[in-house]
Design a protein around this ligand. Structure first.
Ligand SMILES: Cc1cc2nc3c(=O)[nH]c(=O)nc-3n(C[C@H](O)[C@H](O)[C@H](O)COP(=O)(O)OP(=O)(O)OC[C@H]3O[C@@H](n4cnc5c(N)ncnc54)[C@H](O)[C@@H]3O)c2cc1C
Length: 281
């Protein structure tokens, strides 16, 4: 099937993109999710604005945060020594997103804006308390990750807003990460995946972040599980307790890929594995 006819314009600058968005255009970044939706005629925009050549591609330290331009390619972030040092959880998670050819074109902002509940990047950004910068002709605003993901493929972005950057606070230097993902084939979208970042001080957890993908209409933070861990030594019993709390926070549905109960059970299994990776070795 071919896409329904649409007008195409390539933005030469952010202003052009915002002009087109004001006219009702849909943003095309790397096209790795949008183009299949156009071809299946799930989306039939009258106007598409290609932003892929805008220079929103810098990855730089800004005080206690790393700022990634929304058009940073997934592969660029994955292979960036700066990202590897500052946000190793993101760097590892990116290796699970599709294949290299997908990551060569797909963008960090595109993955966030597409907001697939099973996607890796949105869940990691939620775990790390990222802040999204959105621009429109009405101005610039920032949206915290916990308010950004609103439902399957729904975000807080208004139709006339362009996501321009993602600001990720740097985890403590002593933070260690662990992730665990179940997918049907390597590099498929996750059935369920868990992303954790943990700080241990004198053998006791002093900070814990746990985000789950593929187990609710949006990526979720397992806050009750984080509380179970905080102030305690990460013994197998405590990890098991946290894993059960994470599973209880899920709200999965039955679908083609897995029944809801399986996703809930896998959340517990994957949480335990991810936490073990973050707290041992
Ligand atoms: C074979 C294959 C395998 C894949 N496997 C995975 C996987 O394992 N895990 C995973 O998470 N994803 C996977 N994907 C999906 C894909 O990698 C991401 O969703 C994709 O990279 C999104 O980024 P993009 O730049 O290509 O966005 P696009 O496809 O260009 O856009 C996606 C959506 O976001 C909007 N958008 C994009 N950029 C902006 C912006 N700056 N401001 C506002 N709105 C914007 C678009 O309008 C559109 O609605 C796979 C895709 C393919 C084709």
């Amino acid at each position: 099937m071919k896409a329904a006819p649409f007008e195409y314009t390539r933005a030469g600058g952010v202003g052009d993109a915002l002009d087109a968005l004001r006219l009702g255009a849909v943003v095309l970044a790397g096209g790795q999710s949008l183009v299949p939706l156009l071809n299946a005629r799930v989306r039939r925009p009258a106007l598409v604005v290609d932003v892929s050549r805008l220079p929103l591609t810098t990855v730089e330290r800004d005080g206690p945060a790393l700022v990634l331009g929304a058009l940073t390619r997934l592969r660029t972030a994955e292979t960036s020594p700066v990202v590897a040092r500052a946000l190793p959880l993101l760097a590892e998670a990116l290796t699970h997103v599709g294949h290299v050819s997908v990551r060569n074109r797909g963008t960090v902002g595109g993955s966030a804006a597409h907001a697939d509940p099973a996607a890796e990047v949105p869940a990691v950004l939620l775990a790390l308390d990222a802040v999204f910068t959105a621009r429109s002709h009405r101005g610039t605003r920032e949206v915290e990750a916990r308010d950004f993901f609103r439902g399957p493929h729904r975000t807080a972005l208004e139709p006339d807003e362009l996501l321009t950057a993602v600001r990720v606070p740097l985890p403590a230097p002593t933070a260690r990460h662990g992730m665990a993902e179940l997918s049907r084939r390597p590099n498929d979208l996750a059935v369920t995946a868990v992303f954790t970042s943990v700080v241990l001080t004198d053998g006791v957890v002093t900070d814990a972040r746990i985000a789950v993908a593929g187990a609710a209409p949006t990526p979720i933070r397992a806050r009750a599980a984080e509380e179970v861990l905080t102030g305690r030594a990460p013994t197998p019993g405590v990890l098991a307790e946290a894993a059960e709390a994470a599973a209880s926070a899920t709200d999965p549905v039955d679908d083609l890929h897995a029944p809801a109960a399986y996703r809930r059970d896998m959340t517990a299994v994957l949480t335990r594995r991810a936490l073990r990776r973050a707290t041992t070795g």
